[in-house]
Design a protein around this ligand. Structure first.
Ligand SMILES: *[C@@H]1O[C@H](CO)[C@@H](O)[C@H](O)[C@H]1NC(C)=O
Ligand SMILES: *[C@@H]1O[C@H](CO)[C@@H](O)[C@H](O)[C@H]1NC(C)=O
Ligand SMILES: *[C@@H]1O[C@H](CO)[C@@H](O)[C@H](O)[C@H]1NC(C)=O
Ligand SMILES: *[C@@H]1O[C@H](CO)[C@@H](O)[C@H](O)[C@H]1NC(C)=O
Length: 427
């Protein structure tokens, strides 16, 4: 009798345990099942967060294809790639570079066309960026274009972004058998005078667009008592080009170089918030507020499920013996800097960028290229930013030690965008 009660109780307890286990399993699976309904772009959230936490947290694992319990070696490799910090690494010599031949791409404007302008050395063309923890995927223009199908990729910023834009056009052009199947929709030729270009890739129904915006916030003018008009910068208002930003699916932003020039750096009667014009204001604090204005606009106007947003970090300049407007030079630099303290330089503005991105609702992937540009004192046009006249290169007063020759360093930034798409399975 008591024995039977005991057995009954034990039976009930065991059943209860099984039911609980079953429910728990169901709960786990229902959670998993929810994941695939997350947007295509969602993984960029994991990227950003994991970068910022810089931990080896397991949540970077691809949620849409969770590895089986008996993980294969391939899966382990894949996970390592996903976690790999693409930006700590080194430049290695590679005779397979550059990806396109110097002088072969019609979209490189004169300012970056160093070989055609008479630059005599060519070793600077043969460096490939190699992350410490993994290899970048080999750049595949066809695959990149496939991922862009039906979409629009836009670069927004100053001439450094035009530099990157021209590089991207040339890289993608390598994927076309018929090179006439890409064109500027209005037939514009790229020069520094225009601030908007739309390139269409006919067979892929996609566009690659450049929008000039020096500060990402709004530039204005003020007429003073003498009747002179002076520029101002409205650090709490978004740039007027922002209507265009809405039309893109993938965006790459940057602003940096104009913040260290004349009026902006001095900040006298220049920065404006609301109706108030600051008699004197610190350019770094203004940069922080402007970026916050940009971040707020992005958060209010972009659906994170529909847009993929990158911010390209500060690109280093290498003027020695003066500044960009006072005789600074980088002529004769033919080798990158491969070691030393200079590689560790990370400007305060970048810390501000990280701080602002961290607080955004829309996940923004930082293309953290600062360190890799620190090395490349050999990559600038220097005195070869202009066509040589009568066969000889005229030494011009100003050298360009901030932009980059093409082919060159910005190709690596675009390879890093491609690597991000491949490793994180985006698009
Ligand atoms: C590049 O990508 C295309 C399309 O995905 C693929 O067919 C081709 O095999 C790839 N090429 C290389 C060299 O991997
Ligand atoms: C091209 O892409 C646009 C979206 O940008 C889409 O609306 C359109 O249907 C596509 N056209 C074709 C022919 O696929
Ligand atoms: C290349 O494309 C252009 C523009 O679509 C076309 O006119 C031309 O016939 C094509 N050339 C070849 C060899 O297919
Ligand atoms: C970007 O790179 C610098 C080194 O140049 C590093 O100190 C910083 O933590 C990196 N930022 C992110 C978000 O990975």
């Amino acid at each position: 009798m008591s024995n039977s009660v005991f057995h009954k109780t034990r039976y009930t307890v065991t059943s209860l345990c099984f039911i609980l286990l079953f429910l728990f399993t169901l709960f786990l699976f229902s959670n998993r099942a929810l994941e695939p309904s997350l947007s295509l772009y969602r993984p960029s959230f994991w990227l950003t967060k994991s970068q910022f936490r810089s931990s080896n947290a397991t949540h970077v694992r691809d949620k849409q294809n969770p590895p089986a319990d008996n993980e294969t070696v391939a899966n382990v490799g894949e996970e390592k790639r996903e976690r790999c910090d693409l930006y700590s690494g080194t430049w290695v010599k590679d005779d397979g570079y550059p990806i396109y031949k110097p002088g072969s791409c019609p979209y490189v404007d004169e300012a970056f066309d160093c070989q055609s302008n008479g630059r005599p050395d060519s070793d600077y063309l043969r460096w490939r960026w190699k992350p410490d923890g993994c290899d970048l995927p080999r750049f595949n223009a066809t695959d990149f274009l496939d991922r862009l199908r039906g979409k629009s990729l836009m670069l927004v910023g100053d001439s450094m972004n035009r530099n990157q834009f021209e590089s991207l056009l040339c890289l993608l052009r390598e994927g076309l058998t018929n090179k006439s199947k890409m064109y500027e929709v209005h037939g514009y030729k790229i020069t520094k005078e225009r601030g908007h270009y739309i390139f269409k890739f006919e067979d892929y129904n996609c566009t690659v667009v450049y929008v000039l915006s020096h500060f990402l916030v709004k530039e204005g003018v003020r007429i003073n008592e003498q009747g002179n008009s002076n520029p101002t910068l409205l650090i709490d208002k978004i740039d007027k080009t922002s209507d265009r930003w809405k039309r893109a699916d993938i965006l790459v932003f940057n602003t940096a170089h104009w913040w260290v020039h004349g009026k902006t750096a001095r900040g006298i009667n220049y920065f404006k918030e609301g109706d108030y014009l600051y008699p004197k204001f610190d350019a770094v604090e203004a940069y922080r507020r402007a970026l916050k204005t940009w971040a707020k606009w992005i958060d209010e106007n972009f659906n994170p499920e529909k847009k993929l947003v990158f911010y390209r970090g500060y690109s280093s300049a290498h003027f020695s013996g003066g500044d960009w407007n006072s005789g600074g030079s980088c002529t004769g630099e033919t080798e990158p800097i491969l070691s030393g303290a200079v590689l560790e330089m990370y400007p305060l503005k970048m810390k501000i960028v990280e701080e602002v991105l961290r607080e955004m609702k829309v996940p923004v992937t930082l293309l953290n290229v600062t360190r890799l540009t620190n090395s490349r004192k050999d990559g600038h046009p220097s005195m070869y930013g202009k066509k040589s006249t009568d066969g000889k290169t005229k030494s011009t007063r100003r050298e360009d030690c901030s932009h980059w020759c093409l082919p060159g360093v910005p190709d690596a930034w675009n390879e890093l965008i491609y690597a991000t798409l491949v490793f994180k399975k985006l698009l």
